[in-house]
Design a protein. Structure first.
Length: 116
């Protein structure tokens, strides 16, 4: 356990600000605690899609139409390669599948740095 601090640029939260019903206090040095509470509530209630990608391959439409139960699709990676975790469609982490407290899980082993 620990603390997670999330810093977002104003441009990233600008679309959410009307929902918060408070003005952004960019010119003031003091913290607007009402605005912070509302932003926190909005962020905590937001669903984020995370996908663990097993691998990728390219096939023809003909191959796709011919799939049947029991067929095997060959992926372009090895079973020992880490999985790519995509957050909202963007590759963010690498990790290995496993089980945690009886649930399927991914142990993150690497952060994928953003290019540029």
């Amino acid at each position: 356990s620990g603390t997670l601090t999330i810093c977002l640029p104003y441009e990233a939260i600008e679309p959410v600000i009307p929902k918060l019903k408070a003005q952004f206090q960019s010119e003031k040095l003091e913290v607007d605690h009402v605005w912070v509470r509302r932003l926190r509530a909005e962020l905590l209630s937001t669903d984020i899609e995370i996908i663990a990608e097993l691998g990728t391959t390219e096939i023809t439409p003909e191959d796709l139409m011919g799939f049947k139960v029991g067929d095997t699709l060959i992926l372009g990676n090895d079973v020992t390669d880490p999985l790519i975790l995509k957050v909202e469609g963007n590759p963010k982490f690498k990790g290995f599948p496993g089980v945690s407290r009886g649930n399927k899980a991914i142990q993150i082993t690497e952060v994928i740095e953003r290019e540029g």
